[in-house]
Design a protein around this ligand. Sequence first.
Ligand code: SF4
Length: 219
Amino acid sequence: MGDYPLYDDTCYSLELNCKAHITEWGVEIAFGAESDVMFTGGQVSKGAKVHDCVVEEGALVPEGVKIAGERAFPKIVCADSLAQADELFDPTVIAYSGKISGQTDSHNGLPVLSALSKGEELLSLVLAKAFPILPQSDPDCCSACGRNCYQLAGEILQGLAKREDCVLDGKSDLILEVGGSAVTIVPFVQKLLRDSVLAFVDNLKDIPPTGDISIKVRR
Ligand code: SF4
């Protein structure tokens, strides 16, 4: 992990690569491998999966803001310069880190914290700002809260909205569980499935007109 200190109960993506010359092809090829690593109790826990690491009250910090784009979660921008910090700024950014932490303590009204010298502060900020991840629905499929997930995440972080404003979680009229875990379904598909099941059940004989309906599919 180089100079970065490891904290208990945190997860990392371990990226390895090596290069080899392929004689038959006459070129050098890079081989990459990536593995989830959980650091807990002062030790590396082998075989951990990232989703196992997202514990209650915990947070997942993905890598790559540019790749994340308009994703609906809090972000820390690691910037080389103030110009790059401005370029990568969006309403879901909660702090800056990286090379600019040697230049200023705040930028765009956000703290600038070095991961090397202010790791604890950075971690506290992440835990303070983190909220249960939004469904990340395609904007074409869901705008039931009056915005898209990215916009709601930004408003939550600005203190203008609450996580509960997502009307999809746990409040829908159709709940799908796969392997015991609830699966979020966009309103359009929910309505389609619900209407289909209701139409089928309503056509059965001697079925009471009220009461919840459960279907279990074995596989
Ligand atoms: S209701 Fe929830 S899932 Fe739908 S757009 Fe809003 S935040 Fe996203």
